[in-house]
Ligand binder design. Structure first.
Ligand SMILES: O=C(O)CCC(=O)C(=O)O
Ligand SMILES: [Fe+2]
Length: 227
């Protein structure tokens, strides 16, 4: 069984959270790790604020920006996918899915690809290849798709490990806060763009697609909450 490991930290805007976690892994502390994670996460959080602000503004939803920014909490995750050794063939690191939360920002180490995105027409997988190590991948999740009445696309993606090198990824995941009911604002709903979805509760949808892993695509989302 190929190795896939991950570690997640909630509420990373608070440096104490990182220091606490670091002490769990290294009882004597590890300043270099906690400083690196914290400064990196700070930049990711800033990027997420900019991206979500720009997306809402591009739909003329300026007045909802602040409310939307406050309606998500962040989870920072680090993943390691073990590279192939002599006895392993190419393997799927994560099965195909759409992300369920609002937004994902990923940074994969530059030497190792792995993430593949399905084209919108569903025909091909394309390698997501940020060419420099300073590049980020931003993925729309189901919750943002519902909030914007289907006007942004949550891509199907998976991870395929093909090389010998281990693959490391850092990601920021923006999840709706508990109890939030997501509904597209009136401003983007009209006769030409009728409301697509019922009021959407993230936790209920999360559970729906968690229990049955075949329900992690756009058609299952539509079946789940189309009006
Ligand atoms: O490892 C990656 O690049 C993607 C991970 C992913 O798709 C996820 O955690 O939802
Ligand atoms: Fe994902």
């Amino acid at each position: 069984m190929p190795l896939y490991e991950g570690m997640g930290i909630d509420g990373l805007d608070n440096p104490d959270v990182v220091i606490d976690l670091t002490h769990k892994v290294w009882p004597q502390g590890n300043n270099s790790f906690s400083n690196t994670v914290h400064s990196f996460a700070e930049k990711l959080i800033e990027l997420n604020v900019n991206v979500r602000t720009m997306v809402l503004e591009s739909f003329g939803l300026e007045k909802y920006v602040e409310k939307h920014l406050n309606s998500a909490k962040n989870r920072f995750q680090l993943f390691k996918y073990k590279g192939l050794d002599d006895n392993t063939d190419e393997y799927i690191g994560i099965d195909s899915h759409i992300d369920r939360h609002f937004l994902t920002i990923l940074c994969q180490n530059d030497v190792v690809d792995g993430l593949e995105i399905k084209t919108k027409d569903g025909e091909d997988w394309i390698k997501a290849k940020p060419s420099q190590d300073s590049s980020f991948l931003v993925l729309v999740g189901a919750s943002l798709h519902v909030l914007l009445n289907g006007m942004v696309h949550p891509p199907l993606h998976h991870v395929v490990i093909t090389g010998e090198k281990d693959r490391y990824v850092a990601g920021l995941f923006l999840r709706p806060i508990e109890g939030l009911i997501i509904n597209a604002p009136e401003e983007i709903v009209d006769d030409e763009h009728p409301r697509l979805y019922k009021p959407f509760n993230f936790e209920d949808y999360f559970t729906f697609a968690y229990v049955d892993t075949t329900k992690r695509d756009l058609s299952a989302l539509k079946a789940y909450c189309t009006l």
